[in-house]
Design a protein around this ligand. Structure first.
Ligand SMILES: *Cc1c(COP(=O)(O)O)cnc(C)c1O
Length: 351
């Protein structure tokens, strides 16, 4: 009998070691890791430079708290802001916390503009996390099942439905739109380029915060540093996590313009977030991504994978659609076909 709470139905497969794109079980059998710890291990397992950075910092200083300046945190914020077009960062420990910070910004934004009952728009099939705010924003009733009462101020609209968005847009209580450019947990659905342009316009016109949850699609996965960079626009708030720490717990909420000035000392915080240990590894990771041009690589490999999937499987009667961008991809197929597909990719050295 397990002493773990039953939050997961785990697969019957244990791994004891990882190296690059490979995972190993106790018998030394190798498994190609196409999951990457749920879009987390972008640099692969046991990356020697990250391991070295972690080891070095572990011998130097782990944690001091945010009561003191943390130079490695300043450095990570600067790099991420330069890459994303944001101006300030808040570091936390997970994706859901990054979204909580973003949602708290929407409340401060509302206060500033004397809106007493602020509404945030989010979309059906979205996933934003498991804490109460992020779970309430999530457009999936399965995630919310059993946890009512939720935060009531979310308006879930159909994704990519411009008319539905325009219909609600004269509601003076709306303060923000929260969206993913690629709905990851929702099944790899890409945003319509026209739809996202309209969102940007509406947000500017009505002074709503445009918040992009790039927790899964960010950090190079789509073939750009951040998913919105495919559309030549910039959100007001950006949330990151998953690929940011390659497996270490780290999240970030970034903002620009007036949104970047909303938090004041005392109204948000974290004990663990942005520690010297984690930030040192994040800085090393960001350097490696830039030095080795891994964003360009994700674009090239992703485009190749998608074109091969289309060539090989488009005509298959059981496959309804093949979608993807960079290394985010999915096919609506059955299990046997998925393993066939993986085999095909391996035989052709696609990974
Ligand atoms: C995984 C994910 C989250 C939640 O991140 P956690 O680190 O699990 O809290 C939020 N948004 C998106 C888009 C995600 O994919």
């Amino acid at each position: 009998m397990t002493h773990l709470m039953h939050t997961y139905n785990r697969l019957n497969q244990t791994f004891v070691k990882g190296e690059g794109v490979w995972l190993y079980d106790n018998d030394g059998r190798a498994y190609l890791d196409a999951l990457s710890g749920i879009a987390v291990c972008g640099l692969g397992h046991a990356h020697p430079e990250l391991t070295q950075a972690l080891y070095h910092q572990a011998q130097t200083l782990w944690h001091t708290s945010n009561l003191f300046p943390i130079p490695a945190q300043e450095q990570a914020a600067q790099t991420l802001c330069e890459l994303s077009g944001m101006q300030r960062a808040f570091f936390c420990n997970s994706g859901t916390e990054a979204n909580e910070a973003a949602l708290k910004l929407t409340r401060l934004h509302a206060r500033k503009h004397n809106i007493e009952h602020p509404i945030v728009i989010s979309f059906t099939h979205s996933f934003h996390g498991r804490t109460f705010g992020a779970m309430s924003a999530t457009g999936n009733s399965k995630i919310q099942q059993g946890f009512a009462p939720l935060l009531p101020q979310f308006l879930h609209l159909p994704y990519n439905d411009l008319e539905a968005l325009i219909r609600v847009s004269d509601n003076a209580n709306i303060v923000a739109i929260l969206l993913e450019c690629v709905q990851g947990e929702g099944g790899i659905h890409l945003i319509d380029p026209q739809f996202i342009q309209h969102i940007r316009q509406l947000c500017t016109q009505h002074n709503w915060l445009m918040i992009i949850d790039d927790i899964q699609a960010g950090m190079g996965r789509t073939g750009k540093w951040f998913s919105y960079q495919h559309y030549s626009l910039t959100p007001d708030v950006l949330t990151l996590a998953k690929g940011l720490g390659n497996g270490l717990p780290v999240g970030a909420c970034l903002a620009r313009g007036s949104a970047a000035e909303l938090f004041q000392a005392g109204n948000h915080g974290t004990t663990f977030g942005g520690s010297p240990l984690i930030m040192h590894v994040v800085n090393t990771l960001l350097q490696i991504y830039q030095r080795d041009q891994l964003i360009e690589n994700a674009q090239t490999v992703g485009a190749y994978l998608l074109s091969q999937l289309q060539q090989q499987f488009n005509a298959h009667p059981n496959i309804v659609e093949i979608r993807g961008q960079g290394s985010c991809s999915a096919s609506n197929s059955n299990k046997a076909l998925t393993s066939l597909l993986i085999k095909h990719c391996m035989n052709n050295n696609l990974f």
